[in-house]
Write a new protein. Structure first.
Length: 109
């Protein structure tokens, strides 16, 4: 058995969980924050038999998409009287970061 932990953009989480449930997988969601933009993410945990791991990974790939956003960088440390005009920068967000780990023991109580 494996534990699949996927960190996804919160905009993709609902569609991914619906796809997982449709295919008979159970999932646990945890709201998380992190990454370069300190943006809201969702970490989704799925327990799966070894032969089902590829199916879960396929569902994650199909439902978690990378997209481009423009953000204003944080202002630098400035001296009094200096003027800072932020220029938006283009960044890639979304997709998924996935960890697959062995489960030594599993019990449903």
């Amino acid at each position: 058995m494996k534990l699949i932990m996927s960190i996804v953009n919160r905009d993709d989480a609902k569609g991914l969980v619906e796809a997982l449930l449709r295919e008979g997988h159970r999932a646990t969601l945890v709201s998380t924050t992190g990454g370069f933009l300190r943006a809201g993410n969702t970490t989704i945990y799925v327990g799966a038999e070894d032969e089902k791991v590829d199916e879960v990974l396929r569902l994650i790939e199909e439902n978690c998409h990378t997209r481009t956003e423009y953000v204003n960088p944080l202002p630098p440390m400035m001296e009094a009287g200096e003027l800072y005009i932020p220029t938006p920068i283009e960044v890639q967000v979304g997709g998924a970061t996935v960890f697959v780990v062995d489960v030594e023991r599993y019990e449903k109580l």
